[in-house]
Design a protein around this ligand. Structure first.
Ligand code: GYE
Length: 321
């Protein structure tokens, strides 16, 4: 209906739309693409929003600049997915002084609490889950020694810090050998490069590769293939990943990735709830955790216990992808 569309446009042009500035990390991974799309879908003009989106290209200075730009524009709300977890207190104080509520999504801010709400995942729990799964899987398969290579995410990102900490906690408890742990920057190219150098340096000396996101795992698989290293359920190397994006789950279904620990990128609907509460003068929860699943190829373990809680494992089928 053209008349109704025209009215909606005018309402937005009149400034009735809620203006939101979103300082996104970048475009490094499938996960990130899904996160961006989720925000663009939820905070669309049709839904009454004017979304100012900045892709910060994984650069912290650009991200701080973007937030300051939003303050200058006097947006109604600011969403930040913090590239790194520190260095935030000054700019968040500036947001507070300007009276603009900040909502943090995904990665955490660890040196300031001057934001209204955070919506995301528990990355340490994801790392612990990967460790507990590996322990149970190795036992079930009669694998006695674990020599693990880790491809970490971007340095300083809470997603990388938490996954590293969680996995290391189990590795230390079980006395596993972490042969090396280097950053692949959450990218496919990064994962490939790190794995190429691992294959050269540690030939025959590892039986587990932990990639902190699916895109790194895609790169690592290419590097292992090129080096003649077999991986997955029928291979010599157990391959573990995080995110469980669609392409990641396809590799789990094929048995090339053994286990994939989901990180849910669809925070935007929860952020919208927070904004609706603020609009209504209510106080939203300070922390909102999203639901996630742990995905596997083989039906040999039905659950694992993580942090004292039993969690089901989901075998990937066509229905899930
Ligand atoms: O795992 C990775 C992305 O912050 C949880 O960032 C996010 C991570 C995600 O690039 O794929």
């Amino acid at each position: 209906d053209e008349a109704a569309d025209a009215t909606a446009d005018t309402a937005a042009a009149d400034g009735d739309a809620i203006t939101i500035g979103f300082a996104q990390v970048g475009h490094e991974s499938d996960w990130r693409t899904a996160s961006t799309k989720s925000c663009q879908d939820v905070f669309s003009a049709a839904n009454g929003y004017d979304l100012q989106f900045v892709d910060c290209d994984n650069d912290s200075a650009t991200q701080l600049e973007a937030v300051r730009g939003f303050i200058e524009q006097d947006v109604d709300y600011i969403i930040i997915d913090p590239i790194v977890s520190t260095g935030w207190d000054t700019v968040l104080t500036e947001c507070e002084d300007a009276g603009i509520p900040v909502i943090v999504i995904d990665r955490t801010i660890d040196d300031s609490d001057k934001y209204v709400s955070w919506v995301g995942s528990n990355f340490k729990t994801e790392g612990l889950a990967a460790g507990e799964w590996l322990k149970a899987y190795a036992e079930a398969k009669g694998i006695e020694e674990i020599n693990a290579l880790v491809i970490e995410g971007s340095t300083g990102a809470s997603a990388a810090i938490g996954r590293t900490e969680g996995f290391k906690e189990i590795a230390d408890r079980e006395g596993w050998n972490i042969v090396d742990s280097q950053s692949g920057d959450f990218t496919q190219d990064g994962g490939q490069e790190v794995m190429e150098s691992y294959c050269k340096s540690y030939e025959g000396k590892f039986n587990v590769v932990i990639c902190q996101n699916d895109n790194e795992a895609f790169g690592a698989m290419d590097a292992m293939k090129a080096a003649g290293v077999s991986y997955g359920v029928d291979g010599d190397v157990i391959l573990v990943s995080f995110d469980a994006c669609t392409a990641g789950l396809e590799y789990v279904q094929k048995g090339e990735i053994n286990a994939d620990f989901e990180c849910n990128p669809l925070a935007a609907p929860f952020v919208e709830q927070v904004i609706k509460q603020l609009q209504a003068g209510e106080t939203p929860e300070k922390e909102v955790y999203m639901e996630e699943h742990w995905y596997v190829n083989e039906d040999i373990l039905s659950e694992i216990t993580v942090d004292g809680e039993a969690q089901p494992l989901t075998v990937v089928t066509d229905d899930i992808i």
